[in-house]
Design a protein around this ligand. Structure first.
Ligand code: ARG
Length: 701
């Protein structure tokens, strides 16, 4: 590259920190010295003049940040895309920069109003001219990248900035001659880092550490083998020298107070166009429709927030606000994402919120055929707990066996089209599995005002309770369990051994006896400890009456296991009169089915324990079917396992002394789940009291 290199600068006649629009300016308003700023700027100016031509644009009173000409626009060949500043504090600079470019004979491109893009501060050409790196996340809008690609006819690679100290791409990213890249990886999200690593081979990447990053080492001006920057560690200087770069340090501390350094103070206006590079479509877009109580139920906020959190962006094309309290609002929203992967992540979450692709509805979801048993196609849609419908033969078909983390299999049966959730291992060669996110919708109860208000089981959201609320919640649960029993419904209990240790065995036995429990799920341990208590009076060697360890008691549980093994099964032990009370006894006596899932730590195990986990999962799934309420009592593993198999709409009550377990369950985001952080023995005793109260009340009536 022998053509002359030109830069544009703007003298700091009116420079100051007048306002705060980035974290560096915070605390620095009017704290910079004009004299020192002028001196530092002059030094930089002369260094550049020794190596290139420097043009000047006239400084303007009232626009103190105009010194940062990197933000004037983005130049490629004879074209310039003029900046649209995000903050009104800088928007007044736009006409001056535009005028300068026009006078120099550039083709000037202007973005639509309200589509921020901050020029070469957020868009850096690969120094070999192969593509353009473009930043977004703080100042420039992702969608502006589409215009850059189109107008400048170059491939644009979007990078998402995530650390507000590095709000412009040029504060943490600096392409160098020869395909090298100086950058600060933590300033970018995971996808962006992956993209960088895909494009720049490891031997060309020069990642820097935080101390250099905060000295704006990446905010460097590169002219062939020279790199001009504010300040740099010896380590980095050597690292750069090793690959042939000579560092020139020049202090720019006064400008750091405004959040800029060497690169920000310059704009390279000679950027040659390479012959065979061409535009891509850097931004994926899709339009979705949201319908419901978008404002009242907070759906609109959640939808737009999640788009941004995932690294996308949006434009609300149309918002039809329902006028009456009961009327429905409709919004069409255009979603932008920097890659297909990000778009899919956003779309799946929007679908969970109830979004669908608007009117030109497709007739069939996309599917791919399973070619290896137990393995889904890469792009398969991962199911959620929410009732889901998919488009098949131009109709919405309800997905059967709804559960989390499955694949949706679509197929024809003699009675018509059918869709169902299948877990990976059940997929068979030839199954048609839904891929992508087109033609799917979920129905969420919480989206209706009705559902929100009249929910009889009005647990407050999926919050975790405090002790104060426990009693109130137990009252509601008791009422609900009573109601389910009267209606012939189904309550499933999944319980851990802590239930027995905390003295809950008698209460749980009582619940089973009184017909409040229709199935019991647990592991080997709960059954062992329950029967140890029933047969020997201890639980894991503790005397349950006196609360003290019994001499040699730790052997008791093995004795019990051995006894039951001799009987052949728990049912046999009851029949033979060996087991005469307790939770397992009541299950047998009252014909309440149970499933015991084994684990690595199980002693014995009991003859009833299913040590084949795949079979155990199937037994659980079978017993959960048709449940109205699931009571999860102090068991993290079994509770989470059960949670995954259970569709939304089933009320979940998770009781644990450990808030982490409870939170994990409530994270399903289902309104019907409630977490109660308390001692499980205490909970059960309260529950029995409440149920008994209800019974006497009924009897009086
Ligand atoms: N105070 C200016 C702003 O916040 C600093 C701009 C620095 N320029 C840059 N290309 N990083 O906009």
């Amino acid at each position: 590259m022998t053509e002359t290199i030109r830069f544009l600068m703007c003298a700091p006649d009116h420079y100051d920190v007048d306002y705060v629009i980035n974290p560096w300016m915070d605390g620095n308003v009017h704290k910079s010295s004009r004299a020192r700023a002028v001196e530092q700027w002059n030094k930089l100016y002369h260094i550049l003049k020794d190596n290139a031509i420097v043009d000047l644009v006239g400084p303007q009173k009232g626009w103190p940040d105009m010194v940062f000409t990197a933000n004037a626009g983005l130049v490629l060949g004879n074209n310039v895309v003029i900046s649209r500043f995000y903050h009104k504090e800088r928007q007044g600079e736009e006409p001056y920069f535009k005028e300068w470019f026009a006078q120099q004979g550039f083709n000037v491109y202007e973005l639509p109003k309200d589509l921020p893009f901050e020029g070469a501060g957020d868009a850096l050409l690969d120094r070999e001219g192969r593509w353009l790196w473009a930043g977004y996340g703080f100042r420039s809008e992702l969608y502006s990248h589409s215009y850059l690609a189109k107008w400048l006819d170059i491939e644009v690679l979007s990078l998402r900035l995530t650390d507000e100290r590095f709000y412009h791409l040029d504060t943490c990213f600096c392409p160098l001659t020869g395909g090298y890249l100086l950058y600060y990886p933590p300033a970018f999200d995971g996808y962006s880092n992956r993209l960088i690593e895909m494009r720049v081979p490891e031997e060309k990447r020069i990642p820097i550490e935080e101390p250099d990053a905060v000295n704006f080492a990446c905010n460097a001006v590169n002219i062939n083998s020279i790199v001009v920057m504010n300040k740099v560690s010896d380590y980095l200087k050597v690292r750069l020298a090793d690959v042939g770069f000579q560092v020139i340090e020049t202090p720019l501390t006064e400008f750091l107070k405004a959040g800029g350094a060497a690169k920000c103070l310059t704009l390279r206006v000679t950027e040659p166009v390479l012959e065979d590079v061409h535009a891509n479509e850097p931004v994926e877009t899709r339009t979705i429709r949201l319908e419901g109580h978008l404002l009242d139920a907070g759906i609109m906020n959640r939808a737009l927030d999640l788009v941004e959190e995932e690294g996308g962006s949006f434009k609300v094309l149309n918002f039809n606000l329902g006028i009456e309290k009961q009327s429905i609002s409709v919004a069409d929203v255009r979603i932008f994402a920097p890659s297909h992967q990000v778009m899919e992540d956003i779309m799946t979450q929007l679908i969970d919120l109830g979004a669908i692709a608007p009117p030109q509805e497709i007739c069939d979801v996309n599917t791919q055929v399973v070619t290896q048993a137990g393995v889904a196609p890469d792009d398969f849609y991962v199911s959620t707990i929410y009732p889901t419908e998919v488009r098949v033969n131009c109709e919405w078909v309800l997905v059967e066996n709804q559960r989390m983390d499955g694949a949706i299999v679509v197929g024809e049966t003699p009675s018509g089209m059918k869709a169902e959730c299948k877990i990976l291992r059940d997929l068979q060669v030839g199954d048609r599995v839904m891929v992508g996110v087109d033609g799917i919708r979920t129905a969420r109860k919480m989206d209706s005002r009705e559902g929100k208000k009249n929910e009889e089981f009005s647990f407050m959201g999926s919050g975790v309770s405090s002790e104060r609320r426990v009693e109130l919640l137990v009252e509601q649960i008791a009422w609900e369990m009573r109601h389910i029993r009267d209606q012939g419904g189904k309550v499933v209990v999944t319980a851990g051994p802590v239930v027995i240790h905390t003295g809950g065995a008698a209460h749980l036995s009582h619940l089973i006896r009184e017909g409040y429990v229709q199935a019991l799920l647990g592991g080997n341990a709960i059954a062992v400890h329950d029967m140890e208590q029933a047969i020997m009076g201890t639980s894991l060697g503790m005397d349950m009456q006196r609360g003290i360890p019994v001499h040699g008691g730790h052997r008791h549980h093995l004795k019990v296991i051995n006894t039951i093994r001799r009987c052949g099964s728990i049912a046999n032990a009851v029949e033979q009169g060996v087991l005469t009370r307790g939770v397992m006894y009541e299950c047998i006596k009252n014909h309440v089915p149970f499933a015991l899932a084994g684990s690595i730590r199980d002693d014995g195990p009991l003859p009833d324990t299913q040590m084949d986990l795949i079979k155990a999962q199937a037994e659980y799934a079978q017993l959960i079917k048709g449940a109205d309420l699931i009571l999860m009592l102090s068991t993290m593993l079994h509770a989470i396992g059960v949670g995954n198999m259970t569709p939304a709409g089933v009320k979940l009550v998770c009781v644990d002394i450990n808030p982490a377990v409870v939170t994990k369950l409530s994270d399903r985001g289902s309104i019907e789940s409630v977490g109660i952080v308390t001692d499980v023995g205490l909970f059960l005793s309260l529950l029995i009291q409440q149920l008994d109260k209800l019974t006497s009340r009924y009897q009086v009536a």
